[in-house]
Design a protein around this ligand. Structure first.
Ligand code: GLA
Length: 379
């Protein structure tokens, strides 16, 4: 039974009748990691895995929500003091609160939702959830909120209700995603451009290998990285690290910690890599794209220190198999690598990666073929 039908059946059993259906997507990011909160560039796209929610207004001031994948029910009010205990429900609650903080008037609703973005894989299942509800409530209550603000509502939900000081990339990708296109977003000006992306027409495939090491951004490691960047920007007298040069960084080296120096070095390097990749793609130069991806991987591993042994192993295997590009995708600390691989190498690479990874860690990485798809929408 497909996801929508399962949702429909559960909704009927729990609440009777039928509501409207809304969906949003998880994302990939070709390059530009940990640059969003530094005012830099990112290069994501929405994928064909996401969330679907059936929603119907219930005429009360209460939300009654059922998470189908977890088989859990939760009921909560819409006031600040009604914050639910379950972490999944806080995403929905947070979206409601952030809409109200912006002057949008909403009321109670019934919902059943489910998703197929693997949790903790660095593919933004939480952004998919936030965007689905932000988009849906905007529609159902006729609030007229623009798409950027919908993305910001998701981001503020993470900041204020989920403990992650994230940037805007995931929610942006999930709201603005367009089939067959990546998007280069300037996170300082919020200008963006769609880039048609069809690696198959150049003989390449884009595939994710999920290490199945669950990444958890809640808590200190992610927020710590962001704090390091903000400290260095302050010493440089800038609002963001964006636009800083290595020379400027070296000039303040003795005023910052070794750790902050390395983290800032990674971010400054990443800035240039994103722009390089966009130029290379425009020329169909996939070799350069791939080289920059490996550089990002090792920068994230050695300087930014957001990798883990399993992800480093996957990058080493990719390199050995002649894969064009490979790197950690998303926040890090587990999750997936994103791989750009020539079609003729695909089968042997996947076979080798599965066997060598399993021999070391006792389980195979999960293979996820990437299909670039649409973002938030009503079904
Ligand atoms: C997480 C955050 C994003 C971004 C990435 C790293 O996915 O939610 O805002 O910072 O990590 O690029």
């Amino acid at each position: 039974m497909d996801m929508k039908t399962r949702i429909q059946e559960k909704f009927k059993t729990l609440f009777g009748g039928e509501g409207d259906y809304f969906a949003s997507a998880g994302r990939i990011n070709l390059i530009g990691e940990h640059t969003d909160y530094n005012g830099g560039f990112v290069f994501p796209g929405a994928i064909d895995k996401g969330m679907i929610a059936e929603i119907r207004l219930n005429g009360t001031e209460k939300v009654r929500a059922f998470a189908l994948d977890l088989d859990e029910y939760c009921e909560f009010g819409l006031k600040e003091e009604d914050k639910p205990a379950q972490s999944w429900a806080r995403y929905i609650f947070g979206v409601c609160r952030e809409i109200e903080k912006r002057g949008g008037k909403i009321a109670g609703f019934d919902t059943v939702f489910a998703g197929d973005v693997p949790l903790g894989a660095g593919m933004s299942s939480s952004a998919a959830l936030e965007s689905t509800f932000a988009y849906a409530l905007n529609h159902l209550f006729n609030l007229g909120i623009d798409k950027f603000e919908l993305a910001r509502i998701g981001q503020s939900t993470e900041h204020n209700y989920c403990g992650v000081n994230c940037g805007i990339m995931d929610q942006f990708a999930s709201v603005f995603g367009k089939k067959g296109n990546l998007m280069r977003l300037d996170c300082r000006s919020m200008e963006f451009e769609y880039f048609p992306f069809d690696p198959t027409s150049h003989g390449y495939k884009l595939v994710l290998l999920n290490s199945c090491v669950k990444h958890e951004l809640v808590g200190s490691p992610y927020n710590d990285r962001r704090a390091s960047c903000e400290r260095v920007a302050k010493v440089l007298g800038q609002e963001f690290l964006r636009g800083a040069t290595m020379e400027q960084l070296d000039a303040v080296k003795d005023r910052i910690s070794e750790e902050d120096y390395k983290r800032a070095r990674y971010v400054i390097g990443e800035e240039k890599r994103v722009l390089d990749v966009c130029d290379a793609l425009a020329k169909g130069d996939y070799e350069t794209v791939g080289k920059r991806m490996y550089e990002t991987h090792w920068g994230m591993s050695r300087d930014y220190e957001v990798s883990c042994v399993e992800l480093d192993t996957l990058a080493e295997i990719a390199e050995k198999c002649g894969v064009t590009g490979c790197r950690i995708m998303g926040g890090g600390f587990g999750g997936c690598t994103i791989n750009l691989v020539k079609e003729e190498l695909y089968d042997s690479f996947i076979g080798t990666a599965k066997a060598e990874f399993a021999a070391k860690y006792g389980h195979e990485p999960k293979v996820i073929d990437v299909v670039i798809s649409d973002g938030a929408r009503k079904l």
